[in-house]
Every structure is written in C-alpha cells, then in structure tokens.
Ligand binder design. Structure first.
Ligand SMILES: [Zn+2]
Length: 417
C-alpha cells in the first residue's frame, strides 16, 4: 500500500462513516442509547474482519473490539496497546443526512457551505485553517454536523490497522482496538470491560489539532439545587406565599459575574455553570455543572454554591434549599503523571509522523479519564477535526493521515523499534 493509496482509503472510509447517522440520545435509557449507532458498528465489524483483524466482537452494549496480532515473536515482553474512538455524534446538532464535501487544495479563503450559505468557515474564527493551506478539507454541506468528532478517529484507527495488517514486516506487539457508543452523552465507558479488553494502556483518538496530546482533564461534578417554596392561592397569599422561582433567580444572580463561568474563563480556570432550570412556585430545581483542574478548586466552587444557598435560607427561613452534589469524573492527570512514559512515547510517535508534539489540558472530559481511573491509563491524541458539535466542523485529510502515521509509529515505539 503506497502512502497515496493509504490516504485515499482513509478519506473514503471517513466519507462513508459520516454518512451513517449515529447521533446519541441523552433521554434514552437503552444501551447503546440509539439503535442507529449499531448501523455503523456492524459496518465496522464486517470491515475489521475483512482487513484481517482477529477477535472481532460486538457485544450486547454496543462495544466493538478487535485485535491486530503482534508481528514480533516475543510479544509477551511488550505492553498490549489499545486505540479507541467513539462512533456516536453530538445530540446538539442533527446528524441525519450528512452530505460531506471535499474541498481540494484549500487556498485560505472563507468557505461558504452550499446547503446553508450562512454557515461560513472563516480563518478569522478558525485560525488553524491557515496551517492547512494546500490540504484537502472535508466539511458538511452546512445543514448538519460533519461528525469528524469522532469518525475521524474511527477512520484513522481502521486505516492504521489495515496498513499494519498489510505490512507484517513492521514490528509491533499486540494491538487492541475499541469502537464505543454514547461518548457524547457521558456514557461511553459505562459498560466497557477493561479486563476483557486486555490492554496495558490505551489512547483515545478524539482530540483536535494535529500534534496534540491531552493527558489532563477537568475534575467534574454536577450539582442540583432544590428550592422548596410555599404555594398559596395568589388571591389570598399575602404574607404566606414563598415563590421558589424568585429564590432561584436570586441565587443565579448572586453567582460571580467576572469569574467562575465558562464565558469568563480559559486555560486552567474552572467554573460553576447553571445549565438547566425547571420549576413552579412551589418547587424549583437548578442544575449546575462544576469544573476545575484540581479537586480543591472543585470543592471551593461547591462551597460557594452551598454558601449562596445558606444565605438565601437565612434571608427567607420559610424556604428550604438542598444542594446535591454528584461526582462526574476526575482529572486523569493525577494518575498519568505517574505514567509519563505513555506520554513521552506518544510524543516520539508524533515527531516521527512529522509533527511537533504539543501537550494541552482538556477543558472537558474524555472517555479516557474514566478508563484511566478504572485501571486503563488512556490519554487522548489528536484526530484532526475542528469546530466540534457545530455545522461548521471541518477536518483536513492530511492531518487525519498524520494521525494514522502516529498510530503506526506508536505501535513500533512501544516494542522498542
Ligand atoms: Zn469526541
């Protein structure tokens, strides 16, 4: 397989995968959350078998796993390395009827998407576009998301596997692959069987800009504030009615205006972010997400929320306010800091793929965070896509091919080649 035919195969795979609607659904309680994710998983299952993978298994929860057998004789002496990508796309933007468009030899101009010309991909909003002049870009037609998040990662892993299977002269140990559902609704690893997967370490291929390695995530909790007021017929309510809606509005108004919100923070700063409210006079619930890179920062933000609730209760003793905190995930950097070999080997592979490695903290989570705490250390590598969860998503074919090369090199780096 020549470099050119590998890149063509990669592009064609990606174009095939994005046409399959795999949107996940938060409100569903099934596994996977939507049956249509199985359309792509079954397609991948057949493809993995046809390229020569072994142990190809699609389990009852919608996890598809496979093996690329080792090509070295003493495979037991090197770690089993896993590669993961998620098949679902964001519930925020429709993924039905995705019509991908290939823009060959991109020249740096503003791209107006033909299905909805108001959707423009502009180097002024997306400065990374200036790094990919001359590349072939892929976008949607502007009426849907593209789904590069994370079908770029899926296509890269399958292409790297096909390449390694066609080139048994390339030395590597056992590689395990997994394609997972429901990452976008936070359930991507709920039923992932780390022991059955059998890898010593893994990489998710779910990051953005070419060359990036992400091994720190937020620490994340959710918080529900339950406000109970007192409802009375409004005609006879004087001195009796306590309106929980007004208390909720007051609580939200007391949040800091210049810090601790997504709209006022960046880099390593965290936030306390109201995301949903519903209620009536009697009772109102406000849902928050809480994020910080450290556990202490998370606790501080939660203490602030409790303090605001306590202040309100002391001003209006007839109400009752409960703050219920639930853990979401923790910063995987706490564990990966002890396994920096996993990061430095990825950096070596990225260099061999012709890129400059760049470490970045993720202002969010990844499936890898939960897997890392479940015993499978899993940082996140770039997949090449940009403008995730929007109709202006784009990816460069050449960047995707460098991700393929990174996987191929990483397989070799781990066996000392
Ligand atoms: Zn993703």
């Amino acid at each position: 397989m020549s470099a050119e035919s590998r890149s063509d195969a990669l592009r064609d795979r990606f174009l095939r995968y994005v046409r399959v609607d795999t949107q996940s659904d938060e409100s569903s309680s099934t596994n996977p959350s939507t049956l249509k994710q199985l359309d792509l998983l079954r397609m991948l299952q057949a493809e993995l078998i046809s390229i020569g993978c072994t142990d190809v298994v699609l389990d009852q929860f919608g996890y598809l796993s496979a093996t690329v057998p080792a090509t070295i004789s003493d495979a037991n002496s090197v770690p089993v390395v896993g590669f993961l990508a998620h098949v679902d796309t964001s519930p925020e933007i429709t993924g039905t009827g995705v019509t991908p468009i290939v823009w060959r030899n991109y020249n740096g101009e503003v791209l107006s998407l033909p299905g909805d010309p108001s959707q423009k991909i502009d180097p002024r909003d997306s400065p990374e576009l200036l790094d990919v002049i001359g590349h072939d870009l892929i976008t949607s037609d502007g009426t849907t998301l593209l789904g590069a998040d994370d079908k770029a990662g899926v296509a890269e892993i399958v292409t790297a596997a096909a390449y390694l299977l066609a080139h048994p002269e390339i030395p590597h140990g056992t590689l395990r692959l997994a394609f997972t559902p429901d990452e976008e609704i936070g359930r991507g690893t709920d039923h992932f069987d780390v022991a059955a997967f059998g890898a010593d370490l893994a990489y998710t291929m779910d990051g953005s800009t070419a060359g990036t390695i992400e091994w720190e995530t937020f620490c994340a909790d959710s918080a529900v504030v339950e406000i109970r007021g007192r409802n009375v017929h409004p005609g006879y309510a004087k001195g009796k009615l306590v309106n929980s809606l007004k208390l909720a509005a007051s609580l939200i108004d007391r949040l800091p205006k210049d810090r601790l919100s997504p709209e006022t923070t960046e880099g390593r700063e965290g936030y306390l972010h109201p995301v949903h409210i519903d209620g009536s006079v009697e009772q109102t619930r406000i849902k928050f997400i809480v994020r910080d890179f450290t556990r202490q920062g998370l606790l501080d933000a939660e203490d602030l929320l409790r303090q605001l609730a306590a202040d309100l209760m002391s001003e209006e003793p007839r109400c009752r306010i409960d703050v219920i905190i639930q853990e979401s995930y923790r910063n995987m950097g706490e564990i990966l800091a002890q396994r920096m070999d996993i990061i430095t080997k990825a950096e070596e592979a990225i260099r061999r793929a012709g890129l400059k490695p760049k470490q970045e903290p993720i202002r969010g989570g990844t499936d890898g965070a939960r897997l890392t705490f479940a015993g499978l250390p899993t940082p996140n590598l770039f997949a090449g896509g940009h403008n995730f969860h929007s109709k202006r998503e784009w990816v460069s074919v050449q960047d995707m091919d460098r991700a393929v090369e990174t996987i191929v090199q990483l397989a070799q780096v781990w066996c000392g080649a």
